[in-house]
Design a protein. Structure first.
Length: 481
């Protein structure tokens, strides 16, 4: 009992396996009820499992609530980790947003028969005709008084502390995952340089960790890609490209095996540079013609390195192709120069090309000795370099990065400086931020705030700011809470 009382807010805010299973069953039943009869054996079995879990979770509580708050899923006060099984919940989430529904509350003493009647009742929504009130009336008419539909407005004000704890916890987890990936990439480069065997299994595991975290909380990993002052940027660059590529792959709806292959290819896209002179990679001055001739060898060297040193499977085959093609443009310019016409670069190569270019230009490393602000880079890629990239993927990447990328510093109309943490899909001009300074200087205790809330109406973003110009260390703000 003492251990439970000492539990941190974070421990209390994250759901366990029972809550995860309950939510999975809920959305599954919600969709199943639309396509099969309510007396179907499978449907009845799922209702029974849902009922049993509901009773288990609510045994010491008067009610059990399932809620959607800020596109996150909660069972009572606990946030449920998002995984691949809940991908179908997006349909329900979108429908509920239109209807004004924020969740549903089940009384602890509800009968199993009420569960069987509930899902068919709420799944038969009439587009453009139903809303929260009409659905409430429908439940009352069939006698379901132990189940209450909650409004979106009500649930949004219920969980500020729990949501805040979870947000901070996910940022901590993101750092651990990100820096593990950087460390693994360092081992890969060292092993390649010293002709040692590469630990492929560990590399695949770290890709899976990145996939899992992006599925739960995309912004906290994207935020870390804004850190550019690594001692050796080579390792961080490959990790950044992997994060960007996996995020883009997720938006494309790639399944887990393909995401695994894409992440693996992104991590290894620049492995050919390990075969080039280290002085060339770290050269502080602009490249001369001889330097460029050498640098343009790295795609071919990368493909050869992968094919010669790794067991051939789908991961390595796609990684070799991405390494070879990521500097070949959509109009067949770029390098290596192709002697004969061929098909355009593969999907993974096109994704890695966009991620690689964006990170290189915003970092000011290797190709560009001076970094360019992310918003300027996106414009440059879309309008000055458009023949280089797949236009659909580039637009999708633009949506991923947003107007104010996670990890960037912005100036507010209140003369405050804030770090962008999470983009707001409904209003990209009003993200979730951490205010780190004002007219008096840096704040000792940063203010975490959602610019989309009514109380922040006077706080609007004026522009992105360059931390170097203001003598600020963006890394310090990103890595501290």
């Amino acid at each position: 009992m003492a251990e439970q009382q000492a539990a941190s807010p974070i421990t209390r805010s994250l759901a366990g396996q029972s809550e995860e299973r309950l939510l999975t069953l809920f959305f599954g039943l919600y969709k199943t009820a639309r396509i099969i009869e309510e007396h179907n054996t499978m449907f009845l079995r799922q209702c029974e499992m849902f009922f049993d879990l509901l009773k288990q979770i609510g045994r010491n509580q008067p009610t059990v609530m399932i809620k959607i708050v800020a596109e996150r899923y909660f069972v009572n006060q606990q946030m449920v980790r998002y995984d691949d099984e809940l991908a179908g919940a997006l349909t329900v989430q979108t429908e509920w947003a239109k209807l004004g529904i924020g969740g549903v509350q089940f009384d602890a003493d509800i009968a199993q028969s009420d569960i069987r009647r509930f899902f068919p009742a709420v799944s038969q929504v009439r587009p453009g005709a139903d809303n929260l009130n009409t659905l409430k009336a429908k439940l009352e008419n069939i006698g379901l008084t132990g189940i209450t539909l909650l409004s979106a407005k009500d649930v949004e004000t219920e969980l500020p502390e729990a949501a805040e704890d979870v947000r901070r916890h996910f940022r901590t987890m993101a750092r651990a995952t990100f820096f593990t990936a950087v460390s693994v990439m360092q081992e890969v480069v060292v092993s390649t340089t010293q002709q040692r065997e590469i630990n492929i299994a560990r590399t695949k595991r770290v890709v899976h960790s990145l996939i899992d975290h992006l599925a739960r909380d995309e912004s906290s990993l994207l935020e870390l890609t804004a850190i550019k002052d690594f001692d050796d940027y080579t390792y961080a660059h490959s990790t950044d490209v992997c994060v960007y590529a996996l995020t883009l792959g997720g938006r494309l709806g790639l399944d887990r095996p393909r995401l695994s292959q894409l992440g693996f290819a992104a991590l290894f896209h620049d492995i050919g540079k390990a075969k080039l002179p280290r002085d060339l990679i770290r050269k502080p001055d602009a490249f001369d013609e001889d330097d460029w001739v050498q640098m343009q060898r790295h795609p071919l060297l990368g493909a050869k390195t992968i094919l010669r040193n790794m067991k051939l499977d789908m991961h390595t085959a796609r990684a070799a192709r991405a390494a070879f093609e990521h500097h070949i443009n959509m109009d067949f310019t770029g390098y290596p120069t192709l002697r004969h016409e061929r098909r355009q670069p593969a999907l993974f190569s096109r994704i890695v090309s966009i991620a690689d270019t964006f990170d290189a230009l915003t970092s000011g490393r290797v190709y560009m000795k001076k970094s360019i602000p992310p918003d300027v880079v996106i414009k440059k890629m879309r309008f000055q370099m458009q023949v280089k990239f797949d236009p659909f993927l580039l637009k999708l990447f633009n949506d991923v990065i947003g107007i104010y990328p996670a990890g960037s510093l912005v100036l507010l109309t209140t003369d405050e400086i804030a770090l962008v943490l999470t983009n707001n899909e409904q209003d990209r001009a009003r993200p979730y931020v951490k205010i780190v300074g004002d007219r008096s200087g840096l704040l000792q205790t940063p203010i975490w705030t959602d610019l989309s809330l009514p109380e922040n109406e006077s706080r609007k973003i004026v522009r992105l700011i360059d931390p170097v110009r203001y003598g600020l260390d963006a890394k310090q703000f990103i890595l501290s809470d």
